[in-house]
Design a binder for this molecule. Structure first.
Ligand SMILES: Cc1ncc(COP(=O)(O)O)c(C=O)c1O
Length: 408
């Protein structure tokens, strides 16, 4: 298709996916997925409507039966939300995407759609605290059991597999210890055992890593993080082959954790700058990790960009850059960690990550505070651990803010 056809198609309000030439990640982030309306707006429109009008009773019936395509109700579909879904799918290299109200509802919807009582999950132990609570407390209530394994030890994944295992779940890099999993190896294990591999790609985003290209079956996102990038809105997404996404969509349209059109618009704007922001997050994180490694009050720095990190080589292969999140353990346990956190003035003490503003967190008493202490320590989240989600400010200012607690 020529450029001229592309312009004509856009003029007629058709999808930009009509492009037949491969597009770079930044071009896709800026342009993919939007259907321009007859108003010929340049910026994406927000469709703040809960329902849609039909031209006739016949058309209403045809759309309800699925014989004709069209919007019915925003719990099911919405043009702004659909544009976000198509854009994120283009970036992840996914066949399909369904947007959700939050990252947690994305994970919950995957579980409800694809698992049933008696099934078993094998999950990395190094996942977000609420994901652990979801699996243990809520999925457990409906007869789905979960075993936890060491993210980076393929033998531990293998030995946890049961005949009932249906889903393998991981985050890579993990939060907060930024361990790196070999997605291809775990995907092979999943497929050899007729299971699905679900990867939470929240920390890397498609700007750094595309798990589906390494064999994952589904990717989940908390769009609340880097996809928004400015800490404004809650959202999530599930991506993968249509046959799985159709099932997840069924859960959403029935139970309702759908994304709001306004939030979808924020995330569409976030995707436009995602690659640029990720570059800056990663550059700052690398410089900060190097500085922290030289500090006497720091026992250990966890960042895959450092050559002594166990996942360094794998991250080099699997990721475009090393990510914007790092952790470090200070001397003095909880008192030592709180002392560093409390002396910051620029950094925001908040549990969120993926914001332009640098955030500092004490995982043991916040994000992982509800996790059983034994499980938490086993996962390496000690009392002296501090997580930094490095923002896009000048890195010298971030360093100087941390110097108060670390150099005094
Ligand atoms: C890795 C990861 N996955 C999922 C979530 C849940 O996302 P949300 O807060 O959008 O529900 C979070 C954090 O909140 C997270 O850090």
């Amino acid at each position: 298709m020529s450029d001229k056809t592309l312009k004509n198609n856009l003029k007629n309000g058709e999808h930009v996916e009509l492009w037949d030439e491969p597009q770079g990640i930044q071009t896709l982030g800026v342009r993919a997925g939007y259907t321009r309306t007859q108003e010929r707006e340049h910026n994406e429109a927000i469709f703040t409507t809960s329902s849609y009008v039909f031209e006739s009773a016949e058309q209403a019936a045809a759309i309800f039966t699925g014989d004709e395509e069209g919007n019915i109700y925003t719990r099911f579909t919405n043009p702004t939300v659909s544009a976000f879904e198509r854009r994120l799918a283009a970036l992840e290299g996914a066949q399909a995407c369904v947007a959700t109200s939050s990252g947690m509802s994305a994970i919950l919807s995957v579980c409800i759609a694809l698992l049933e009582g008696g099934d078993h999950i094998v999950s990395s132990r190094s996942i977000f605290g609420s994901s652990i609570t979801l699996f243990n407390k809520y999925m457990g209530k409906f007869g789905v059991a979960t075993s936890y394994v060491d993210l980076t030890d393929i033998d531990s994944w293998e030995s946890a597999m049961l005949p009932e295992t249906k889903m393998l779940f991981l985050e890579t890099p993990s939060n907060p210890l930024v361990e790196v999993a070999d997605i291809s190896a775990i995907a092979k294990l999943a497929h050899d055992n007729d299971c699905l591999l679900v990867v939470d790609n929240c920390l890397c985003t498609p700007a750094l890593q595309q798990p589906l290209s390494y064999g994952a079956d589904l990717v989940v996102h908390s769009a609340t993080k880097y996809i928004d990038g400015q800490g404004r809105a809650l959202g999530g997404a599930v991506l993968g082959d249509e046959k799985y996404i159709d099932e997840v969509f069924g859960v959403l349209r029935t139970t309702g954790p759908s994304m709001s059109p306004f939030n979808a618009w924020i995330f569409l704007k976030g995707l436009e700058t995602l690659s640029l922001r990720m570059n800056q997050h990663c550059q700052n994180a690398m410089a900060l990790a190097q500085w922290l490694s030289e500090q006497e009050k720091v026992n250990k720095v966890f960042y895959p960009g450092l050559a002594d990190h166990a996942g360094h080589e794998l991250a080099k292969k699997q990721q475009r850059l090393f990510g914007g999140v790092l952790s470090f353990e200070v001397k003095g346990g909880r008192t030592g960690a709180w002392n560093v956190i409390n002396q910051t003035r620029l950094l925001s003490i908040t549990a969120n990550l993926g914001d332009a503003k640098t955030t500092i967190t004490h995982p043991a008493t916040t994000t992982h505070g509800r996790v059983d202490e034994e499980e938490r320590i086993k996962a390496g989240i000690t009392d002296g651990l501090i997580r930094i989600a490095v923002g896009i400010e000048n890195v010298e200012d971030i360093i100087s803010d941390l110097s108060r607690g670390l150099l005094s």
